[in-house]
Every structure is written in C-alpha cells, then in structure tokens.
Design a protein around this ligand. Sequence first.
Ligand code: NMX
Ligand code: MLT
Length: 472
Amino acid sequence: MVFFRSVSLLNKLRSRAVQQSNLSNTVRWYQVQTSASDLDLRSQLKELIPEQQERIKKLKAEHGKVQLGNITVDMVLGGMRGMTGLLWETSLLDPEEGIRFRGLSIPECQKLLPGAKHGGEPLPEGLLWLLLTGKVPTKEQVDALSAELRSRAAVPDHVYKTIDALPVKAHPMTQFTTGVMALQVQSEFQKAYEKGIHKTKYWETTYEDSLTLIAQLPVVAAYVYRRMYKNGQSISTDDSLDYGANFAHMLGYDSPSMQELMRLYVTIHTDHEGGNVSAHTGHLVASALSDPYLSFAAALNGLAGPLHGLANQEVLLWIKSVVSECGENVTTEQLKDYIWKTLNSGKVVPGFGHGVLRNTDPRYMCQREFALKHLPDDPLFQLVSKLFEVVPPILTELGKVKNPWPNVDAHSGVLLNHYGLTEARYYTVLFGVSRAMGICSQLIWDRALGLPLERPKSVTMEWLENYCKKSS
Ligand code: NMX
Ligand code: MLT
C-alpha cells in the first residue's frame, strides 16, 4: 500500500505546473509532463481518475443545491440557448474569446503542443492527450500515442463491404456514418457489458473502443473519398507518418503544406464544449451506456446538418456560386447584391453566425493566418477575406442575427480547395474525423465519473401557458 502511494506521488511530481507568461497577454498555469518515462496514455488516465472521482463527489455533496441560473420560457422555446445544463470537462467556450481546450486557447496550443517540426502546427495526437489528461504531453508521449493509433488502424474487411453496398453517389457523410456503424461490431465495451462487467470498469473498455475508433476513422474516411472521387483506388496507411499526415496521405495528398494543414484542421475541429449538436448528441446517446461507436455515429448524424458541420460544404458551394455568377474578381457591390439575394431567398449566409460565439471564431482566425502564410494569392482566399469585411455589416443590418462574425466553416473549404481537395460535399467527413477526439475524450470521462442517464424534463405549450398564468 505504502509502495503504491509512493509510486503515485512520484508520478505526480513528474508532471509539474508551469507558469507561462506572455501567452495572449495573460499569465496562466498549465500542466506539462516533464518526464518521458511514462508513454502510456491509459496508465496516465488510470492515475488521474480517482482524484477526479473524489472531486465530483465533493462538488455534489457540498454544492449540489447551488443555483446556476433561471430557466425562462424563451430558453425552452429557443433551443435551450444560454441554459447551463451539461458537464463537459475537455473544453470551454467563451462567447468573446472562443474555445479553450483544457484551459488552453488555440494560439497557446499552437505554441505548446508538439509539432512534426519545430514551430509547425500541433500534432492532433498531442491535443488528444491534452483533452484526456489536461496536461501538455512531451514529444515522446505524442510519438508513442501516434504509434499506438497506427497499431490499431487496421479496419475489418466487412466495413468496406458495408460501405460498398451503398450507391457510390450517396452523400459522403452517409457512407462515413455507415462505416462507423459497421466498425461497431468490434466494440469491447459491448462485449464486456454482455459479460456483466462492474460499472467501475466501464471506462477501460470505453477507452479501448475510443482509441480504436479514433485510429480507424481516417482509414474509413479516406476509403469513402477514394471510392467516390478516385475510382475506388484506395491508398494504404504509411506507418512512418503521424495521424494528420497519414490521413492526408491516404486521401492522396502528400505535400508538406497539406500535411501541416491537416494537422491544424484536425486539431481545431476536435472539440467545442458540450452543447453543440454533435457533442451533445454523442453525450446523450452515450448516457444510455451505448458504446463509443454507436454514440459517435449518432453524433455524426447531427454533424451532417447544414446549420452545424455541413456548413463547411455549404460555404464552398456558395463561394463557388458567387464566382460562377460574378467571376473571381467580384466587386464589393456585386458581393453585397449576392448576399442580399441569398438572404431574400430565405437562406442563411453559410459560415457566419453562431449559437454561443459573439465574435470572430479563433478557429477562423488561425486558418486565416495559415492562408496568409501559405496561400496569400489564392483567389478564393481573397474572396473569403472580402466576405469577412462585407458580410458582418449586412447581417447586423438584418437586426436579428446575434453574431454576424465568421465561424470555423467560413474558412476551411478554401484551404482544402487550394491543395486540390476540391470536393466540397466531402468536407464534413473531415470535420467528423476530428470531432471524434473531443467526443470520445469526454465519453471516457463520462464513464470514469459515472455520469448518469441524461433525461431532461419536457413540457407542452399548454403546461407553459398555465404555469405563466399562475405565476403572473
Ligand atoms: N445568415 C442569415 N441569417 C442568420 C444567420 C446567417 N448566417 N445567422 C443567424 N441568422 C438568423 C437566424 O436564422 C435567426 O433567424 P429567424 O429568427 O428568422 O429564425 C436569427 O438570425 C437569430 O439567430 P441567432 O440567434 O443569431 O443564431 P442561432 O443561435 O439560432 O443559430 C447558427 C446559429 C449557426 C445556426 C446560425 O448563425 C446560422 O444558421 N449560420 C449559418 C450556418 C452556419 O454557418 N453554421 C455553422 C455553425 C458552426 N458549426 O460548425 O456548427
Ligand atoms: C462546433 O464546432 O461544434 C460549432 O462551432 C457549433 C457549436 O459550437 O455550437
């Protein structure tokens, strides 16, 4: 017993808190792992779980009755906007500043997380480590996780056959989600549950399923892409490459710039706190003890909606429709007319607005910086820059749009298009591959913390009318 306590103490000492100044002009604390001796993510988690279990127990016992706000009729009728109702450990969204992954902003992640080269974009595996543990990993730990993901990447043959049963022109998200459902037959959680595993062990097989799912998603996604757009000529994984570069490689893109783009792309799309449609759906479905494959497939179906992840497809198609109607050198006046035409025909301007953000999305800004560095003269990037100036005043003029600024989807398509990945209908699949890291990380913690079945109360309009009459 004494021995185990000392081991745990030593491990704690190995990860130290570091004060980093001059990050976004703030001073904040973050945890780094200073020793490379423990390269195993699962054992890191095993060590962290008991203290987090204690923490949630204490929070419940000491503050369970503290009120977090009032629920108004507007909130019930307005898609629960502004209603705090979910626990989500891996990231937190500030309406003005944007997302922080375990406390770190995107520029901070770009500085602190290991890259493939010095000063390069972060490796998504590093962000996965951060999401799961709350600690910035060493390069050795990231490399070990890359290797572990590669070792789990072999997709069973029946998955390809299942996808092949769909028409080749079926939407890529339909093919991708079908592939994820076919992967589900591997679920270790489901097998363990059928055998009657104790609930304290749920997180372990959830971890196994999650890592395997994350490892296999790029392979399934690339298969769908090559099936649809490259005559079915799929490309095998390259075991010398990291997660993002390997994904780009399997899609058929090997340039160093595209590898960097894919690392950045996968990193920034992973997580956006818990209330967005895909994360919330995954969390809800998982709360019924559905395994990670089932939960993530459900999340993908939410991501496939045009107000959520499908917006990245819609943006590039919309930009291309501007170009086909007005040409690449569209004037500001022509652009304004086109935007009004879109709005007057009862459609949204894709890529602008947000349910929580009230400022330009930092995920948009880091993609803009990438474009300024790598493709400043790209005509579609220049059009995106023009939209950044022209759209917000028009949306503001509408008088009802709460956030006129661009979101993540306003930018991603032109970057991919620049490197030859021009098939806009495919773009949401890329978003989906990344989002698995956020959803699965939280799902492992859901199991570790023993979070319960999610089941909010609903009411009818009649109930609301009567309630309001009584309280007025
Ligand atoms: N273009 C036109 N109208 C808009 C836009 C926009 N970009 N954004 C909001 N509105 C409208 C919205 O449709 C609503 O109109 P109505 O009252 O007639 O129904 C009104 O403004 C108020 O909506 P908000 O409260 O500002 O936004 P809400 O939280 O309801 O919705 C979005 C957020 C993201 C769904 C909305 O801004 C939108 O439809 N944007 C375009 C689609 C998009 O880019 N989605 C991607 C979001 C990011 N992601 O990856 O998920
Ligand atoms: C996301 O990344 O999930 C989107 O920005 C939508 C959201 O946060 O509601």
